[in-house]
Design a protein around this ligand. Structure first.
Ligand SMILES: Cc1cc2nc3c(=O)[nH]c(=O)nc-3n(C[C@H](O)[C@H](O)[C@H](O)COP(=O)(O)OP(=O)(O)OC[C@H]3O[C@@H](n4cnc5c(N)ncnc54)[C@H](O)[C@@H]3O)c2cc1C
Length: 426
């Protein structure tokens, strides 16, 4: 039943499928708008999909979408290397073929230009929201606002990153090109062997599982209902709208339905004739507990494409992008690739053995044009999609939550969402 909130919009019942970072952020902002929210997830509460052991970076500096000129060639060059950070697992799938074709079509200068402004707006607004959330949650999720270093081993890479830094400055994102000694002054706690770096002072990092925990505590105390270990099997429709959700054991009804199911979203809504194009981009993370030396700033080993994040007294390494469908198995060759790269940049880490640590894998929900899907679907008036954030799901969680809550409240979204339309590929 729909009633009215003190701010004048309808108070609705909302079901969110997916309790990862996107689903929880949507739940949080929908709850704050006065809606009655239910979250359903087939996972256990402590292990939602891709969200709890990622690299924890909040990166407005990542304004260039994955689908960019040069990426196709870079991808092809890396294919033969079993330890490389990028791979596509070949399989006979019309969906993969369509995804690859759309990726190729999107990898243009014009697309990058249009997408960069949107990603910039989303990234900066989300960062602002993280600061508010951190204050509101008593700094519980460890937000560190010290920036990000893009560490470059080779002059050629430094030159390429410098061009990106100039684009960042054009877009209003602070960036500084640093020599090795300037980089060492920026993070004196760790020895580095590099040709230089690009420093993005506005980027941040945090503890992703603690962020999810803070959200869940706030949601529970705000009256949000959770159904963990509950698989959504089907959405039933009536007269151009979703009427109810069927799980393996029961059914649920609401005014509005949000699909925030990460890489599994297409499966969940395929029967509705909403063919969402998404591929799983598998990545791994490994966390070293209390190592002898610890950087104070998060960084990316640029050539190796490995993210390095100090989280509390531990150090997390994350990397690889394997387009591998829904397979989340661990490929030891890729871990070896990550391991080999670390001492090249941080000589103190010579001799570490990542294989002795617990390895986590996650499937990033990747759209072919590198932009998320946020918006209502054309076919079903009360069905909203919030997924496809690929490498930026944590970074863009709060802004996705805010925008989706605006959509649910029938308000005009505060950022133009036309490039993020979930129907854009059909
Ligand atoms: C190695 C690695 C490092 C990363 N580092 C960063 C980083 O530093 N910064 C950043 O911004 N991003 C990072 N990411 C990306 C980020 O983790 C993802 O974009 C984000 O977690 C996606 O969140 P999500 O909520 O969309 O999906 P998920 O976290 O996968 O959640 C989806 C949930 O939906 C549930 N679900 C799906 N279908 C159904 C169904 N039918 N019924 C019931 N439940 C269902 C699943 O069980 C799952 O819990 C990284 C990813 C990886 C793999």
């Amino acid at each position: 039943m729909t009633t009215t909130t003190p701010s004048g919009h309808s108070r609705k019942s909302v079901i969110i499928v997916g309790g990862g970072v996107i689903g929880l952020c949507v739940a949080y902002y929908a709850m704050r708008k006065g809606h009655r929210v239910t979250v359903i997830d087939r996972a256990t509460e402590d292990h939602p999909g891709c969200s709890h052991k990622n690299a924890g970076m909040v990166v407005p500096s990542h304004f260039i979408p994955l689908a960019a000129p040069g990426m196709v060639l870079t991808g092809i060059k890396m294919l033969g290397n079993r330890e490389s950070p990028f791979s596509i697992r070949p399989r006979c799938s019309p969906r993969l073929a369509k995804w690859l074709w759309m990726f190729y079509r999107s990898a243009t200068r014009q697309h990058v230009q249009r997408a960069s402004s949107v990603l910039r707006d989303l990234g900066l607004e989300s960062r602002r929201s993280f600061c508010e959330l951190s204050d509101g949650f008593g700094h519980e999720f460890g937000l560190i606002q010290k920036g990000l270093l893009m560490l470059c081993k080779k002059e050629k890479t430094l030159h390429e990153e410098s061009i990106i830094a100039e684009k960042a400055l054009d877009l209003g994102i602070e960036a500084k090109i640093l020599s090795p000694s300037e980089t060492a002054k920026t993070d004196p706690q760790i020895q580095m062997s590099i040709a230089g770096s690009v420093y993005f002072p506005r980027d941040c990092h945090l503890n992703p599982s603690r962020f999810l925990k803070c959200l869940k505590i706030a949601l529970k105390s705000g009256g949000v209902t959770f159904h963990w270990q509950t698989n959504v099997r089907k959405l039933e429709t009536r007269s151009g709208a979703i009427e109810k959700i069927l799980t393996d054991s029961s059914e649920f009804q609401a005014d509005e339905y949000v699909i925030a199911g990460g890489v599994w979203s297409p499966q969940t809504i395929h029967h509705l004739g909403v063919p969402l194009l998404l591929e799983g981009g598998k990545g791994y993370s490994v966390t070293l507990e209390e190592p002898d030396s610890l950087p104070s700033i998060c960084s990316i080993l640029t050539e190796a494409r490995v993210a390095v994040t100090p989280i509390d007294n531990n150090l997390r390494f994350a990397g690889t992008m394997e387009i591998s469908g829904l397979d989340d198995s661990i490929n030891p060759n890729r871990i070896r690739g990550i391991q080999k790269s670390i001492p090249k940049y941080f000589p103190n880490y010579q001799g570490i053995d990542l294989h002795k640590q617990k390895i986590w894998s996650g499937l990033r929900p990747c759209s072919p044009d590198g932009l998320p899907y946020i918006g209502r679907t054309r076919k079903h008036q009360n069905l909203t999609i919030a997924t496809g954030h690929a490498m930026l799901g944590l970074s863009l969680g709060p802004i996705t939550g805010k925008l989706t809550a605006e959509i649910l409240s029938n308000e005009s979204p505060s950022i133009d969402l036309s490039l993020l339309n979930p129907d854009r590929f059909h």
